[in-house]
Structure formats: C-alpha cells, structure tokens
Ligand binder design. Structure first.
Ligand code: 5GP
Ligand code: MN
Length: 343
C-alpha cells in the first residue's frame, strides 16, 4: 500500500487500530496520538493508544489521556493489542528501535499494516504508508495534513484540535521555530474549530509547581557552564539533583532552551544522569546540525536544531566527551550569525 486512496478505502471498514509513539512521550507524541485517536474513533474504528513509558502529568488534561496504555506498566495488555491490530500507526518516531520491546514485537507482525507519520530526519523504511516530512513543525501538523489528505478536515473538532494544537505549541517552542505559512493556516483552522489558544497556552505553560522554578533556578545558577571559545553552553543534572528536587517525568523539559537565549550561545547541551544511562539533549541555532553530533557520537538523532542521544559512561565522562568533540565542530558553530537566512 502506498497511496492515500488505498488507505482511505481500507479505513472505510471498521478496523482494530493501535496508535504508538516514542518513549518519554512529549507534547507532540501525546497530541498527535490522541488527535488521531479521536478522529479514528469518531469514524467507528476500535482504537487504542500505547506508549513504551509514561507521559508527563502536565498533559493529563488532554481529552482521552486517561485511556493511554503504557508498556512499562501493562506489557501483556499492550502486547495483546499489538498482536490483534489490523493497522498500527507509528507517530513522531521513524525507527522501531525508538520504542524498545514494543518495536521488536511490531516488527514481528509482518502482516499488520503499518503507517508512519513523522518529521524526524532519516526515516527507516519499515512502514507500508509513510507521511514523513522533515520540514513539518511537528507530527501534529502532519496529522492535520493526513486528515486533510483523507478529505476529512471538516471532521476536525475541538478535541482533535486541542490535541494537535498542543503538539504544535510544544514542538515549535510556542511558534519560535519550524514555523511556515502552512502551519499558521492550520493553526487558524484549529482556532476556527473551537480551540481556545489562550486557555491551552495556560494549560501547557502556566501549570508548574514551585519546585519547577526552583529547579530552573538551580540549573541556571549552579549547573550552567559556558564555553565562550566554542559558543556553547552546558547544563548538567546529577542523580543527587534528581533526588533533591524530586524531579519527575517532564520536569526538565525546556530547560535546555534557556541556554539559547544567550546571544553568544549557538549550541546548547543538557546532560542528565538517568538510572541506567546518561541522556544528552542538544539544541542549536541556524544551520548548525546537532543531529549529526547526536547521531555520530551519542547513538541518537532527531532534528537539525533539536536532537538527543545517550551515553553509557558517567555524567562526568559524558560531559568530557562532549567538550572534546567541540573542536571538530568549532568552525560550523562559530559560522552562525543571527542575520543568516534559515530558508
Ligand atoms: P529531547 O532533547 O527533547 O529529548 O529530544 C529532542 C529531539 O531529539 C526529539 O525530536 C527526540 O525525538 C529526538 N531524540 C531524543 N533522544 C533521542 C535518541 O536517543 N535517539 C533518537 N534517534 N532521537 C532522539
Ligand atoms: Mn515531534
């Protein structure tokens, strides 16, 4: 199956559908999954949503978020849904390795139709139908495109709109990057469908507990290191920091972006000590590719300006490794200028 018309015809019959997204799901993973869930469920399909790991509690207000299944918690239930599905959607990831054991099981379902909708660089070729656009702001934007391709944009209601708007806001840093005339047209449509953008921005951004600001203050005051020679900033968090601030899923989201607010920081790294790995989150300005750094040195990937990966050393050795890489990227990093056109 390659053509959208074939898929449209296939969806004319009620199907058993599983929607999946990546580990540590973010606003785009959850928003695209639940937006698509509402659309498909409204069309008479039996639909389930499953993620490898839990989503941040700040998204618990999203319609139908209480119906998401988590593989880490209910492996056998999720496995059953993988096995019985006619059709599996893979959203906001482009390689089955990104969803661990769930991915291994999905890969074994040779006869199950797979649809990938994603905006990350270098997609793997495992799906029967692929909507992969690395210029898209978010997978949520692509879910809107997908519904439009099926000719059903009139079906986008407030619930679908709220889900899609959430992923668009979180993946664009509130419309600061990856925007386009098409995106603003879609957002305009979502507002026409009853999305209250101020309410949603409040739910998404003005919803923190005091410890979140204390943690941010700690990161900026005590854990930030600037390397002027490489126009690079680093923030690190140790296991002790995690305990002291009682850091939960999602609490560190967005901290790395503060470094980019500095005029003389072109590359930002946020390096954190997790139970079994050291995670690295990278951000960049302009044409500097942090995707290449994540891919080539930290077994990761993502987007040109936002990528992540992991290291199996200690926190200190990971920071050292990152710093030792900088000389080879120095020219590229220093070449950035805010006047450089992005297009
Ligand atoms: P974050 O730094 O916010 O965790 O992730 C930034 C971007 O990089 C996201 O689009 C995310 O999907 C991607 N990313 C994060 N960690 C990994 C990883 O370990 N592997 C790959 N392939 N992509 C990652
Ligand atoms: Mn995304």
């Amino acid at each position: 199956m390659e053509k959208i018309q074939d898929l449209k015809k296939y969806l004319n019959t009620p199907r058993d559908i599983l929607i999946t997204s990546h580990r540590n799901p973010d606003g785009d993973a959850i928003g695209s999954s639940l937006g698509l869930y509402h659309y498909l469920a409204n069309n008479g399909h039996t639909v389930r949503v499953a993620f490898p790991s839990e989503y941040p509690s700040i998204f618990a207000w999203m319609p139908a978020s209480d119906r998401i299944f988590i593989h880490d918690i209910e492996a056998s239930t999720v496995d059953k849904y993988v096995d019985q599905a006619d059709l599996i959607f893979c959203l906001d990831y482009n390689d089955l390795n990104r969803i661990d054991k769930m991915g291994e099981r999905i890969a074994r379902q040779k006869d199950t139709l797979k649809v990938m909708i994603d905006h990350h660089l270098y997609p793997e070729n495992f799906a029967d139908f692929m909507l992969s656009d690395t210029d898209a702001s978010s997978t949520c934007e692509l879910i809107y495109d997908f519904i439009e391709l099926l000719g059903d944009e009139k079906q986008v209601n407030q619930s679908i709109g709220e889900c899609l708007y959430t992923g668009i806001v979180t993946d664009t840093g509130s419309f600061r990057y990856s925007t386009s005339p098409k995106l603003f047209r879609i957002v305009g449509e979502l507002l026409n469908r009853g999305v209250d953008d101020v309410k949603l921005q409040n739910l998404i951004h003005n919803n923190l507990a005091p410890k979140n600001l204390e943690l941010l203050g700690h990161c900026l005051n005590n854990r930030m290191e600037l390397l002027p020679e490489y126009k690079t900033g680093i923030i690190t968090l140790s296991k002790e920091d995690y305990e002291h601030f009682d850091i939960q899923r999602g609490d560190t989201e967005g901290i790395v972006n503060y470094l980019l607010m500095l005029k003389d920081v072109h590359v930002a790294a946020f390096i954190t000590e997790q139970p079994t790995i050291v995670k690295i989150s990278l951000r960049s300005k302009g044409k500097i590719s942090v995707q290449a750094i994540a891919r080539d040195h930290f077994r990761g990937g993502g987007h040109l300006n936002a990528s992540g990966g992991a290291s199996y050393g200690t926190l200190n050795s990971t920071v050292r490794k990152f710093k030792e890489l900088l000389p080879q990227y120095k020219d590229e990093i220093l070449a950035y200028s805010p006047m450089q056109p992005m297009l």
